[in-house]
Design a protein around this ligand. Structure first.
Ligand code: C2E
Ligand code: CA
Ligand code: CA
Length: 746
């Protein structure tokens, strides 16, 4: 910081002290003059000095502030200097003339000062507003100004100023009305449009300056007995003090470094509390109220209505009517926009669910509804971030809209789910055709942030006419859910059994909850053996459910329901605890010869941040060595990385093993073997089934064994059903296997 600017930044305080002293001196002199005669010039020096110091204060604020702040305060410094020049002129007129007449040049200085101050205030940027908003603001200002002129006119007419007549009176009235108008304009402008970037306390410290002239004018008749008292000598040091105080507040604000927290809010956001802005908006109506009261008072007092007052009142009414019409137009537009927003999605610009369901209601003609869901969108959004997720959704919206045109409604129903409504007779009105077209639309990758992303889609379709139409969205969503359960990236049409299925689903979820509470679940264990002899290395825990009084239900049926409803979290915690208890028991009985244990963990469980704690608690509680536990996860669950991958890492950090189950059937990506802390590959049964066939059929099983040994992973062949397969696996390098050939779960 340079020394000059440093001393400038600290000059604001002495300026306030000098201005304050000028006010003090003049007040003391005024009081003294009431008890003892004093020369009439004696108060002028402090008036001139006080006013000049006000200009200096503004200049300091102007020289230390940034950009627009600087311009504003420099303009005010010019205004204060013009005011000081006017004061000097007035002092000269008073001391050399008849004590009443004022030189036109003096008046010109005051008017120029007012003009510059008003320009400074009006040139403040304020909030960004529309053209209509600006017109409304100026109408409000006009309403208040007309009312203020009428009120001031009445005040002047009703105040008797001896010796002040003719041109002089007109000039004085012009100054007084000018300051009045300037204050009004400034208050309205700043109150309604905001004072940005000026420090708000500064603006409100400046506001009373405008009131000084009218107040002093009203007090003038009471000053007649004391010739040394003059409104100017009293009010100008006060104006100077207010200028220095306001500029000091600004200088202090300028000193605070401009960090994000102190930066002004974006200009289209309200800066002050809206209550304040609303109270300022009441000002035009108050002005109208005041005028009405004035008109009534004048008519009651004099029995007639002066022409000026009548014209002013009519002008006011016209202005208020225009303002109201404008507000009405504004409100109508706002309502239109709100209803548009209520029915549209901000992100994609498509209609939203509300619009879509409204479009379905009351429709009776044959209609097709499709619901299209982006596969794995949540995981992609997690991995790539919200901005990228938004870009994917926008692109998907554009793809769908391009694919389906002509009379169709395409809406974003929720998150990554889009709805399509086709009227009868549309080119694609046959359900399967529409679903095919939608899936086809996603065959080419989406280009997002300079990368190509292949995002597939799952589609549910329902077609109907008459009373069925309003139910089509629900039906299409049921079909979508069924298609998603079947693995996604496919489409499915609604059939009546889906309704039964949904009901069955809900019933099963309730039964699982009850089964958990009643201890209806148990674990069976299937050995994982060493090749070639088949001695037991470990066991895989597999859950079994015998609902009370019913036949056993396969995990293939109830695990998806438990996953879908989140019940897998509680069920999974029970499975982990039970498996650890059993394994710890074997360890106690058989020591090092006891089998290691594998437990299946579903994708939904991996999204639960509590999972590592659940596993660690079970291990500690039963005293099981973490290395004896392996958690089996699927590739699909961790493919997208994110939270699931972090959980897997935390599980691995406990010391337990991680197996990739059904390896080769999911989103297989060899990169996953580098990013995911895997210890075991469980090669899926479908590759084992191909053994002893052609070289091509064996190719994958062969290469997977190679990859596993290169990466130092254990490969387990799943679903080995006969001795030939076991022998071939051993030849291919497999050292571990599992399947009915060795043992069934039990
Ligand atoms: P998975 O994890 O791949 O489990 C192996 C499944 O293959 C078991 O069926 C097992 O009985 C069966 N299997 C084993 N050897 C053979 C064979 O040689 N031939 C044939 N055809 N099948 C064989 P299960 O017990 O019905 O389990 C089915 C699936 O349910 C499991 O597949 C797993 O995804 C899930 N599951 C089972 N238990 C649990 C559990 O405790 N937790 C979780 N999250 N999922 C489980
Ligand atoms: Ca498994
Ligand atoms: Ca498996």
């Amino acid at each position: 910081m340079r020394p000059a600017s440093c001393s400038l930044r600290t000059a604001d305080r002495p300026a306030v002290l000098v201005a304050g002293s000028c006010v003090g001196v003049n007040v003391l002199l005024a009081l003294l003059g009431m008890i003892a005669p004093i020369p009439s010039w004696v108060m002028w020096p402090a008036a001139i000095l006080g006013s000049a110091v006000g200009g200096v204060g503004c200049l300091i604020a102007g020289l230390t502030g940034p950009g627009r702040v600087s311009t504003f305060w420099k303009r005010l410094a010019v205004a204060a200097t013009l005011m000081t020049a006017g004061t000097v002129g007035w002092a000269y007129d008073m001391l050399t003339g008849d004590g009443v007449a004022i030189n036109p040049v003096t008046n010109a200085f005051f008017l120029a000062a007012i003009g510059v101050a008003v320009v400074a205030l009006l040139r403040l940027p304020g909030r960004r507003r529309t053209r209509r908003g600006t017109v409304a603001l100026w109408l409000d200002i006009a309403v208040v100004t007309v009312a203020a002129i009428l009120a001031a006119g009445q005040l002047v007419a009703g105040t008797d100023m001896p010796g002040v007549r003719g041109v002089l009176a007109t000039a004085m009235y012009a100054v007084i009305l000018g300051t009045c108008g300037a204050t009004v304009v400034a208050v309205i402008k700043v109150g309604m449009a905001g004072a940005e970037p000026i420090h708000p306390p500064s603006i409100w410290t400046l506001a009373p300056i405008g009131l000084l002239a009218p107040v002093m004018f009203v007090l003038t008749p009471f000053m007649q007995p004391w010739p040394h008292l003059n409104p100017t000598v009293l009010s100008l040091p006060m104006a100077g003090l207010l200028f220095t105080l306001a500029s000091r507040a600004q200088v202090q604000a300028n000193r605070v470094p401009r960090g994000p927290a102190t930066q002004p809010l974006p200009t289209d956001r309200p800066h002050r509390p809206s209550v304040w802005r609303r109270s300022i908006n009441v000002v035009p109506y108050l002005a109208v109220g005041l005028t009405v009261a004035m008109v009534v008072a004048v008519v009651l007092r004099t029995g007639s209505l002066p022409a000026t007052l009548a014209i002013g009142a009519v002008m006011l009414i016209v202005l208020v009517v225009i303002r109201q019409l404008l507000a009405l137009a504004d409100n109508t537009e706002l309502l239109d926009r709100l209803s548009e927003q209520a029915e549209h999605d901000d992100l994609t610009g498509l209609p939203n669910r509300r619009f879509f369901t409204a479009a379905l209601t009351n429709r009776t003609a044959n209609t097709t509804v499709a619901v299209c869901d982006l596969d794995g969108f949540a995981a992609l959004n997690d991995r790539l971030g919200d901005d990228c997720g938004d870009a994917i959704l926008r692109q998907a919206a554009a793809r769908i809209t391009l694919t389906i045109d002509g009379g169709a409604v395409v809406a974003r129903l929720m998150s990554d789910e889009f709805g399509i409504l086709l009227p009868a007779g549309h080119d694609l009105a046959e359900g399967p055709q529409l679903a095919d077209a939608l899936q086809h639309a996603f065959r080419a990758p989406l280009r997002v942030d300079d990368r190509d992303l292949l995002v597939t889609a799952t589609v549910g379709v329902a077609t109907g006419a008459g009373a069925d139409v309003p139910d089509l969205l629900r039906r299409a969503e049921l079909a979508l859910a069924a298609a998603a359960r079947a693995g996604g990236n496919r489409h499915r049409a609604y059939t009546i059994d889906l309704d039964a299925g949904a009901e069955h689903h809900a019933q099963m979820a309730a039964d699982i909850r009850r089964g958990l509470d009643h201890g209806e679940f148990r674990l069976v264990y299937q050995p994982i053996v060493r090749l070639p002899h088949g001695d037991i290395h470990g066991v895989e825990a597999l859950v079994r459910w015998h609902p009370d009084g019913g036949s056993p239900i396969s995990p293939g049926d109830f695990i998806p329901v438990a996953e879908h409803t989140g019940l897998i979290i509680d069920l999974g915690a029970w499975i982990i605890d039970r498996a650890c208890a059993d394994a710890a028991g074997w360890q106690r009985r058989h020591g090092g010869a006891a089998p290691w244990i594998s437990v299946n963990v579903s994708a939904r469980q991996l999204l639960d941040p509590e999972l590592p704690a659940i596993v660690s608690t079970a291990l500690t509680r039963h005293g099981l060595d973490p290395r004896r536990l392996t958690l089996e996860i699927t590739e699909t669950a961790v493919f997208a990385g994110g939270a699931a991958m972090a959980t897997v890492q935390a599980l691995r950090d406990l010391g337990s093993g991680i197996a990739l189950d059904d390896f080769g059937t999911g989103h297989s990506s060899l990169t996953l073997l580098r990013t995911c802390p895997v210890t075991t590959l469980k090669v899926d049964k479908s590759f084992i089934d191909g053994l002893n066939g052609t070289a091509q059929q064996e190719a994958i099983a062969t290469s997977l064994s190679g990859i596993a040994s290169t990466l130092g992973l254990r490969a387990v062949a799943e679903g080995v059903e006969n001795g030939d397969q076991a022998a071939r696996l051993h030849e291919l390098g497999y050292r571990y296997a599992q399947g009915f050939h060795f043992a069934r779960p039990g």
